[in-house]
Design a protein around this ligand. Structure first.
Ligand SMILES: [Cu+2]
Length: 327
């Protein structure tokens, strides 16, 4: 195994996106305990990319954390990165001291230090967590999805957690913070973002990206999502990109959106494409009505974005070339 392949495998543990139903025992416990350790990682999701990332538990994104609504969670956080960090629980209502904002709700956790987070996750839904330190940890890989299951919701036949994220060019990040970046916008032609631009317009605060990923992998290395005809499938999607809106389509299907930012909509909405802003989450369902192989992909005017895709397929379609959407 060459080095790049090894790194990809070690970094890709999160890639299994499937969310299995919790066991009786897991549902019955009052307290769910996790350990999160942040440390440097060479993140290599695509050929030629060896990004000096920071990662929770040796993976980008960090592990999927999951509780049933009503359970408490205890997270022992250890910081082995060189920079001071904290963990912020995005979209949760919790005691102020657990909110993870450095120098406001807690002292930042120094290199070698630890902090015990404990709270009852509220409300239910698709949430996430990320570094809130001042040294760009969340840009370099310190983020992950946090699902608070609501047992009263209808069960999907199959459920997947998909974190859309990207490998930034760190020089462009620093330039963007100074307002002097030359990176172009990459939203799809015809999108509201592009409609407001004129050709060659430069905002100065755009970041350029070297690779686009879902769950730590780039297409075609992404693991396929296997579904069966007749199943109703729930996708929990997070856009962890810190600067760009993501447009997401599943070829050959419309998506039924039931939750925005983890919270149930008044009524479901059918869409051709999901428009997901920075840090937003959507829960979207679809039904598998026939055998096939379809790309679920991020759409943009950036040719690299074709990497941000997974194949959704029924058994027996392993060798079929997947149907895709136009960019
Ligand atoms: Cu946040």
């Amino acid at each position: 195994m060459n080095r790049a392949a090894f790194l990809r495998r070690s970094a890709g543990v999160m890639a299994v996106a499937s969310i299995a139903p919790l066991s009786e025992r897991a549902r019955a416990s009052e307290l769910v305990e996790y350990a999160l350790t942040a440390a440097p990682l060479t993140f290599a999701p695509a050929p030629g990319i060896a990004f000096p990332a920071l990662a929770y538990n040796g993976r980008v994104p960090g592990p999927l954390l999951r509780v049933v609504h009503g359970q408490r969670v205890r997270v022992l956080y250890r910081n082995l990165t060189a920079v001071a960090t904290t963990v912020h629980w995005h979209g949760m209502v919790l005691p102020n001291a657990m909110d993870g904002v450095p120098d406001v709700t807690q002292a930042p956790v120094p290199h070698g230090g630890s902090f015990l987070y404990e709270f009852a996750p509220e409300p239910s839904g698709t949430r996430w967590y990320h570094d809130h330190g001042m040294m760009l940890g969340a840009v370099r890989g310190l983020f992950g999805m946090f699902v608070v299951d609501d047992p009263s919701e209808p069960r999907a036949d199959r459920e997947f957690a998909l974190v859309f994220h990207d490998v930034p060019d760190m020089r462009s990040v620093r330039a963007a913070m100074a307002g002097s970046s030359s990176a172009p916008m990459i939203d799809p032609a015809g999108s509201p973002e592009m409609a407001e631009m004129v050709p060659d317009d430069r905002m100065g605060d755009e970041v350029s990206y070297r690779a686009h990923c879902i769950n730590g992998e780039s297409y075609p290395a992404t693991q396929s999502l296997t579904v069966n005809v007749g199943e109703r499938v729930r996708l929990r999607i997070l856009n962890a990109n810190p600067t760009q809106t993501r447009y997401v389509r599943l070829a050959g299907h419309r998506l039924t959106v039931t939750h925005g930012d983890g919270n149930p909509l008044e009524r479901p909405v059918d869409v051709d494409a999901l428009r997901i802003g920075v840090a937003e989450r959507y829960d979207a369902w679809f039904e598998v009505t026939k055998p096939g192989a379809w790309l679920l992909q991020g759409i943009s005017s950036d040719p690299l974005a074709f990497e941000q895709a997974v194949v959704v397929r029924t058994p027996g379609m392993e060798n079929a070339s997947p149907q895709s959407s136009s960019q």
